[in-house]
Design a protein around this ligand. Structure first.
Ligand code: TRP
Length: 330
């Protein structure tokens, strides 16, 4: 059994792409591994959120993952800031992280461009905190997408450097956990690329039916097929890809036939797609709203998660202090 750690951004509201990607990974992993899933709310401070926003984002995102079936009885589900041990490891790792390598990190360079008025030290050391999140549980697997590969590579380097520096074999070097090709990639509604939050092309699990109808009706298409069995354009293919995961087989077949004989009307396809997405997300949305409102349940989940995460983290801190040379006088 492997130990898996994954951090979730506190602003990472789930869209359909996440649902068929990361979330399905998590659901599978939680039964096969020793999993730690947490909301990375220390990392969130690098963008200076308002306190009320920070709290409501954390609550919402946590509820969304729970509504999808992340089981706090099976996995350890917690809030990063409930486990202060991670900040101690972060401090210790910072001493062996070099400013040069941190400045060269792609995500840091991007942040400099995106928020030139707020280039705080937390942005620079973001990868160190992420490494601490992971190795504090001595994880060997981290489910990450492409955008986090460099951070994971740095985690491996920091773990290796610690081991070398102190002549120990204490921290494993974690590998990426990637189901990759087995997962359906859900495209966005803007005609190109995959669904993403920053792309603004997504349908969120918590979106209301009205919002979903509006978004789908505005989705990019083309001028329509003019000859039988014409090759589909990217935007139209994308709508069919979404339809494949939310609609009945017969519905997909119906519209594919209409496309093939050029009788298709994209307005009808979109109307049907919107209703099928709504049918798919409605039970999840209702569950999210139920969980968000259940303060007692959520309080119980995070308290239990913090307890389990701290038990694991504090053991590591004890070991690391001993290795570094912080030893009791007695
Ligand atoms: N950096 C990750 C992201 O932006 C979030 C994260 C923080 C994380 N700590 C982590 C992911 C530890 C995996 C493991 O999505």
């Amino acid at each position: 059994m492997e130990t898996v750690v994954s951090g979730i951004r506190s602003t990472g509201n789930l869209h359909l792409g996440n649902y068929f990607g990361a979330v399905q990974n998590f659901l599978k992993m939680q039964h096969e591994n020793h999993c730690f899933f947490f909301i990375a709310d220390y990392h969130s401070l690098t963008t200076h959120p308002k306190p009320d926003d920070l709290h409501s984002n954390i609550r919402q995102v946590l509820a969304e993952y729970l509504a999808c079936g992340i089981d706090p009885e099976v996995a350890t589900v917690f809030i990063q800031s409930d486990v202060p041990e991670v900040t101690e490891l972060y401090l210790l790792l910072n001493m062996n992280a070099y400013v040069g390598e941190l400045e060269r990190t792609a995500s840091f360079k991007e942040k400099i461009r995106k928020q030139p008025d707020n280039i705080n030290a937390g942005l620079l050391t973001y990868p160190v905190l992420m490494a601490a999140d992971i190795i504090i549980h001595r994880a060997n697997k981290v489910p990450v997408g492409k955008d986090q590969e460099q951070h994971l590579e740095m985690t491996r380097r920091f773990a290796r450097r610690f081991n070398t520096m102190y002549g120990v074999n204490y921290f494993p070097e974690p590998d990426a956990y990637n189901f990759g090709r087995q997962l359906v990639k859900i495209p966005g509604l803007d005609g190109t690329g995959k669904m993403g939050k920053s792309e603004g092309n997504g349908i969120f699990l918590a979106d209301t039916p009205e919002a979903i109808r509006k978004k789908v009706m505005r989705a990019v298409t083309d001028t329509g097929p003019t000859e039988p069995k014409q090759k589909m354009s990217e935007p139209v293919k994308n709508l069919f890809t979404i339809m494949d995961v939310v609609s009945d087989h017969s519905t997909v077949k119906h519209f594919k036939e209409q496309y093939a004989d050029c009788s298709i009307r994209y307005g009808d396809l979109k109307k049907q797609l919107a209703e099928d997405i709504i049918r798919f997300t409605t039970p999840i949305r209702e569950r999210i709203n139920e969980i968000v409102a259940d303060r007692k349940y959520l309080a119980g989940v995070v308290a239990k998660g913090a307890e389990k995460a701290r038990a694991s983290a504090s053991q590591t801190i004890r070991d690391v202090r001993e290795i570094i040379g912080y030893r009791p006088f007695a």
